[in-house]
Structure formats: C-alpha cells, structure tokens
Write a protein that binds this ligand. Structure first.
Ligand code: SAM
Length: 243
C-alpha cells in the first residue's frame, strides 16, 4: 500500500512514522550501513566530538532509536555520568536495548519511551541533548526544540544531526536520484518494505534546510547557533547553547 504522505494531516503523521519504524526496526542498523555506505558512523562520531561531552555528564539522546549515539556517549561519561536513550517507538527501543545489553553497557544507561514533543524530564537536567536523524519525523518541531531547551542545564548544548540540503546543484541532483530511485529499491530488497524508504526520501526532501533549522533553533531560545555541513551538505550538524 501507499502512504499517500503528501496529503496526510499533522495528526496522522505521528502514526505513519510509528508504522515506518515498527516495520524497519529489525533491519534498521543494516539499512543505515548500506544506505550511507557506512558514513553515518563518521557523522555520529563527529557529533560526539562537537558535543564537548565530559566524564560525569548527563546526556539525553532523543529519537535515539537503536542506540548508536547513546552507546558512544555511555563510554564517554563513565560510571559517574548518565545517558538516557529516549524514543517514541517501542520496537526501535527493544532492538536498542538488546544491542546495548549485548555490548555490556548497563550501569549508566537508561531507556525511556518518550515523545520529543513532551519530554518526561525536569527543567535543567542535562549537559548534552542530541537528536540524530529524528527531528524530521517530529510533527511540531518548534514545540520539540523548546522542550529540548527546557531540559538542558544553562551552558548545556543541543546537537541536531539531520539530512539537509546539498550545497552543490550537481550533488543535489545525484542525491535526488539516489534517494528517490535507488533507496526504495534497496529498502524493498533488504526489508521487503519499499514504502518506508519512500517515506524516508520524502521526509528528507521536506525537512528544513540549514538556515531554516538554524532560525528554528534560535526561535526556540538557543544561543550561538552554528552548523557544519557534512558530506557536501547531505547532512548537517547544528549546535546551539542554552545561555
Ligand atoms: N538516532 C538514531 C540513529 O541516528 O540511528 C535513530 C534515528 S531513526 C532514523 C529516527 C527515530 O526517531 C526512530 O527511532 C523513531 O521512532 C524516532 N521518532 C520519530 N518521531 C519521534 C518523536 N516524536 N519523539 C521521539 N522519537 C521519535
């Protein structure tokens, strides 16, 4: 079946996103490596570096899915620190939980099912908040960003890693072809689910570009908002500070 995503109302978007991630959870990690040729690992490593995370910090990984960032953060913050892996989707969290347990992370990592638009945490709790490839799935980005601001400590940093707008026209065209033609085919071969990857391509296209997201973060209250293009702007890392 086709999602008819072009006509979905905001209220239905959350349900559609839930269906997509329930459907792909078991194959999610494999697909990430295949689709990005493994480069998502470098984008995530860069995010960790730019967060300025230190031993003993408290980190919140929103839309953390199967836990790539959470796992890396848990090693960085050590036993005195804490990492919360939060995601709205129980299937993704289940895969994440199993994976992290397999790797022997336990003490300093907590798993919480939560919507980015209504975070179940007190004000000023975290040194670092991250959302990687998650914000484009969130229906009300302004509400979510304001809530991320709220749970950060003064001086805390938000890092948003997300698909963005390639900086060169030719790259943009090649990338369009790749994501609309090749991606759904690979998705169907690996997950038997082309629709989910069609949604992915479409959601990437609709996501705010670098400057628009920068303005959204500033509007939510963040200070000193900057971004870095990665892989020619296919992905951008935005960073903002709570003053
Ligand atoms: N951060 C992980 C990574 O980079 O590999 C997972 C990214 S995955 C593409 C997007 C995740 O966003 C999914 O696990 C999905 O369940 C989650 N998500 C979608 N909408 C959400 C919301 N409103 N609140 C929290 N998580 C959400």
């Amino acid at each position: 079946t086709h999602f008819g995503y072009k006509t979905v109302k905001a209220d239905d978007k959350q349900k559609m996103v839930a269906d997509v991630f329930h459907s792909v959870a078991g194959k999610y990690d494999l697909m990430n490596d295949v689709m990005s040729f493994g480069v998502h690992r470098l984008w995530k490593r860069y995010t960790i570096e730019m967060s300025g995370v230190r031993t003993g910090n408290r980190v919140l990984d929103i839309a953390g899915g199967t836990g790539d960032l959470s796992y890396a953060f848990a090693k960085r913050v050590g036993p005195e620190g804490q990492v919360v892996l939060a995601d709205i989707n129980a299937s993704m969290l289940q895969v994440g939980r199993d994976r992290l347990a397999d790797r022997g992370i336990a003490g300093n990592l907590e798993v919480v099912q939560a919507n980015a638009e209504a975070l179940p945490f007190a004000d000023n709790e975290f040194d670092v908040v991250t959302i990687a490839f998650g914000l484009r799935n969130v229906t009300h980005k302004d509400i979510a960003l304001a809530d991320m601001y709220r749970v950060l400590k003064p001086g805390g940093r938000l890092l948003v890693l997300e698909f963005s707008k390639p900086t060169h026209n030719l790259l943009n065209k090649a990338y369009d072809f790749y994501s609309f033609k090749a991606l759904p085919i690979m998705g169907r071969l690996i997950t038997q689910d082309a629709d989910s990857y069609q949604y992915l391509a479409e959601s990437i296209r609709k996501h705010p570009d670098q400057e628009t997201l920068k303005n959204l973060m500033t509007d939510a209250g963040f200070d000193r908002v900057t971004y870095h293009n990665l892989t020619g702007g296919i992905v951008a890392l935005h960073r903002g500070v709570k003053a």
